[in-house]
Design a protein around this ligand. Structure first.
Ligand SMILES: NC(=O)c1ccc[n+]([C@@H]2O[C@H](COP(=O)([O-])OP(=O)(O)OC[C@H]3O[C@@H](n4cnc5c(N)ncnc54)[C@H](OP(=O)(O)O)[C@@H]3O)[C@@H](O)[C@H]2O)c1
Length: 291
């Protein structure tokens, strides 16, 4: 069996590939760019834009030439999976297993006041449903994982953003008490979960929410980042309306910055999830948050 990893250059891929290489060889790795960062031995990198039908066709022909059975681990955005699955199955590529990453955003952003965030949640919900339908029809074992806030190799947009801000400015602003609860999950714990569940029948045809091993408030999470950076803790609580106004101004001045009203509101909302099923089914044991 061969393993195809789409979104191989992701932060989860960073931890997953070394684990997979010990178990499966060769690995077929797929992303649009970043091939130079991927491991060379025992791996083949396929530069593919999954949104591009011609690229997908080229990929599928290449896989069909191999004539093997594939395990597909999908780490790229979930809505890119249904067209890939349809193309692979239409080309008679034999798939034995699909493990795909969704997100808890599918649950937490579905009623967001920010249209863009609602759209992400809706796309994830539709993609989850379609993946389940396609795999069930084709008798392919599937597992969908919904992780919460992922960190681990300084490529995420949450913890690393806080860390970079703290290192640069020596303080960090929060809205109100920033009392919303968080469970940051290390990307390597997700990588371990994926390798564990590939051949684990208990996990077939199930959806798991995967959070980190510690629940702490947004404010405590920021404080932990200060400690990790070796900096004196300087967290500045701003009234949410003032935070909102300053964020809007900063986003206007620095076009690459994106701070939505949803993000500001969520600093005081609990985003906590139960992962008992994962503990019971495959011994999921995430670590405590350490930055
Ligand atoms: N980061 C989080 O906090 C978080 C939380 C919950 C769920 N998740 C989910 O977990 C998965 C992995 O997250 P991550 O943070 O590790 O991801 P990431 O670092 O943002 O990487 C995304 C991967 O998908 C690839 N990709 C994106 N668009 C593509 C396209 N059109 N064609 C081919 N490849 C494409 C990227 O490579 P190229 O750009 O080179 O194509 C990259 O390898 C994602 O599905 C994400 O939605 C993440």
């Amino acid at each position: 069996m061969k393993v195809l990893v789409s979104g191989a250059s992701s932060q989860i891929g960073f931890f997953l590939l070394p684990r997979l290489r010990q178990l499966y060889c060769p690995l077929w790795l797929l992303s649009r760019a970043g091939g130079e960062q991927l491991p060379e031995s025992g791996c083949a990198w396929l530069p593919v834009d999954l949104e591009n039908a011609a690229d997908r066709l080229r990929l599928v022909r290449r896989l069909a030439d191999e004539g093997d059975v594939f395990i597909l681990i999908h780490l790229a955005p979930l809505w890119l999976l249904p067209p890939l699955l349809r193309d692979m199955l239409a080309a008679d590529i034999r798939l034995s297993r699909v493990v795909a990453l969704s997100s808890t955003s599918r649950l937490t952003k579905i009623n967001s006041p920010v249209a863009q965030e609602r759209l992400v949640a809706e796309r994830l919900a539709r993609a989850e449903q379609t993946v389940v339908e396609i795999c069930s029809q084709q008798k392919v074992f599937w597992t969908i994982l919904r992780p919460t806030l992922v960190y681990g190799c300084r490529r995420d947009k949450n913890i690393t953003f806080i860390e970079n801000f703290v290192r640069r400015f020596g303080f960090f602003p929060v809205a109100g008490q920033a009392a919303g609860l968080r469970q940051p999950v290390h990307a390597d714990d997700l990588a371990k979960a994926i390798t564990t569940m590939i051949g684990h029948p208990e996990t077939y045809n199930k959806i798991y929410t995967l959070a980190g091993g510690e629940t702490l408030s947004y404010r405590q999470m920021v404080a932990r980042v200060f400690r990790g950076c070796g900096r004196k803790e300087r967290i500045i609580s701003l009234p949410p309306w003032l935070f909102q106004a300053l964020a809007a101004m900063s986003c206007f001045l620095f076009r690459r910055l994106s701070i939505t009203s949803g993000m500001i509101r969520r600093m005081n909302e609990d985003l906590c999830f139960d992962y008992d099923d994962a503990v019971k089914d495959f011994g999921y044991q995430p670590r405590r948050f350490k930055c």
